[in-house]
Write a protein that binds this ligand. Structure first.
Ligand code: ADP
Length: 475
């Protein structure tokens, strides 16, 4: 069974209060008991000291001379608390015994006999508890007998009973007070938590803008609600991104599928020649390939988002890499009668996944080519640069074109998924709006960065920085 924080708080508070009160009461009780015993001891010893005054030692034996005053002292035995007096010589022969002592004998208490001062102890007589003091009678530095005085415990019991009752009542009052205080504080602590819980429970897709607003709360609670509000902000942003993304995906897939459907329907309206069918099917294939590209790109991004994309890195020598693939990039540019000028410093090595690196170059170079209307050349430059820490290097890949460029506002969004500056033009060029998002993902997977600088009508340069391996430092 799990208890609520409020219940736990109250229980702990009450138990703690009870424990402290019980411990304090126990200390008081013991001190009180000791105090009463000390008082009884001194009272009994003082009162019975007068009996010792009538004891003499004459002719080798101890004798006692009862007197009139002594008779008066006997009233003690009839008092509320029933006192008992016994006077003996050193051989424990009884010299005087108060009448109420009956068959009581002193011998059984030898073990308590003191030689110097007054001793006190408890005894049981006929199942009744008594408090006793015993002390020696001295004459001329010599012990001539003993006095034993006892008192039943009624007086002490009465005091202790009163004390116990007081303690019990105090404990009940304390429990009530600590319970009230605990409830007050528990409410104070849990009220803002309940408010937080209620707000958090009401936040859903219909009302994602709700936030926790607490007034006059403790610092910790304020910090907690601030953190939660920030979390809600992030979640709201993520929700809207997901919403936007899903509607983008549906839209992006719907367009080519509608084209496909339309073309198929038109082609089925009448009989056609085989040449016409070939032409129609080629169009359909193109649209199908476009859909496949979108789906492939989305899958790649989704796997990267889910951290499921395993990259297989290996040391890549930029020189060799360019030698192997620059022909492909040149061909892309050549299709638009553009030339590709590739420059790289020697000896640059990066740790990268070859396929992903190839795709990164391909996306950026084909964008540069696509968005250059004329035959201006495309420049690729790869340099090694010292990192800001002054210790390590990175490879800086810059692809520059002299094409249509992008406005400042648009260039802030080009790495967003499905963002295209000119949708129609991009569609004409077969763009999906996912190319630069994929480039960003690839750069980040390699612990690198990507950025874009552009001026509308003048051209664009995309810069990718990927950490170089250590052997670059040695060079
Ligand atoms: P796409 O597949 O449409 O090219 P990208 O994500 O690669 O998608 O690019 C996003 C948008 O950024 C493009 O639609 C285009 O408008 C713009 N863009 C990217 N590269 C360039 C460039 N070199 N010159 C001009 N515009 C560019």
């Amino acid at each position: 069974m799990s208890l609520s924080l409020r219940t736990k708080f109250i229980l702990v508070f009450v138990f703690l209060g009870l424990f402290m009160a019980a411990a304090t009461s126990a200390v008081f009780y013991l001190s009180f008991d000791n105090l009463i015993r000390a008082k009884m001891k001194s009272d009994l010893a003082n009162e019975s000291q007068e009996f010792a005054d009538y004891v003499r030692y004459e002719k080798g034996r101890t004798i006692i001379e009862p007197s009139k005053e002594w008779q008066e002292l006997e009233h003690l035995k009839n008092s509320d608390y029933s006192r008992y007096i016994l006077v003996t010589d050193t051989a424990f022969t009884t010299l005087h015994k108060s009448e109420n002592l009956g068959r009581f004998e002193f011998q059984s208490f030898h073990k308590f006999l003191p030689t110097e001062a007054v001793e006190s102890y408890d005894i049981d007589m006929d199942s009744v508890k008594y408090f006793c003091v015993v002390f020696p009678i001295r004459k001329n530095e010599r012990i001539i007998g003993y006095v034993l005085a006892a008192e039943n415990y009624r007086r002490t019991a009465y005091f202790l009973e009163v004390f116990e009752r007081t303690i019990f009542i105090s404990l009940v009052v304390l429990i009530l007070i600590s319970f009230t205080v605990a409830v007050f504080f528990a409410n104070r602590v849990t009220r803002p938590l309940l408010a937080i819980q209620q707000v958090a429970g009401r936040i859903d897709l219909q009302s994602p803008g709700r936030r926790i607003e607490l007034k006059d709360s403790e610092k910790e609670i304020e910090n907690l609600s601030d953190s939660l509000n920030r979390l809600f902000d992030r979640l709201e942003k993520s929700f809207s991104q997901i919403n936007e993304f899903s509607s983008n995906v549906s839209h992006e897939l719907r367009t080519p599928l509608t084209v496909l459907r339309g073309n198929i329907e038109v082609s089925l309206t009448k009989d056609r020649t085989s040449e016409e069918y070939i032409e129609i099917l080629s169009g359909l294939l193109e649209e199908t390939l476009h859909v496949i590209r979108i789906v492939d790109d989305l899958l790649l991004l989704a796997r990267a988002d889910a951290k499921e994309l395993r990259i297989q890195t290996e040391p890549i020598h930029i020189e060799d890499f360019c030698l192997e693939f620059s022909k492909d990039w040149e061909m892309i540019c050549a299709m638009r009668k553009q030339t590709l000028r590739c420059e790289h410093e020697p000896g640059i090595v990066i740790e990268a996944d070859k396929n992903l690196l190839y795709q990164l170059f391909l996306n950026i170079i084909s964008n540069a080519s696509k968005f250059t209307a004329g035959t201006e050349p495309i420049d690729v430059s790869i340099k090694k640069q010292l990192a800001e820490n002054g210790k390590t290097y990175y490879a800086e890949i810059v692809v520059t074109d002299r094409g249509i460029g992008i406005s400042g506002e648009d260039s802030e969004h080009v790495f967003d998924r499905f963002y295209r500056v000119q949708k129609d033009r991009s569609r004409e060029t077969g763009g999906t709006g996912l190319g630069l998002s994929i480039c960003k993902m690839i750069a980040e997977l390699h612990h690198g960065t990507i950025s874009l600088k552009s001026k509308e009508g003048f051209g664009t340069s995309v810069t990718v920085r990927i950490p170089a391996t250590n052997n670059l430092e040695i060079r």
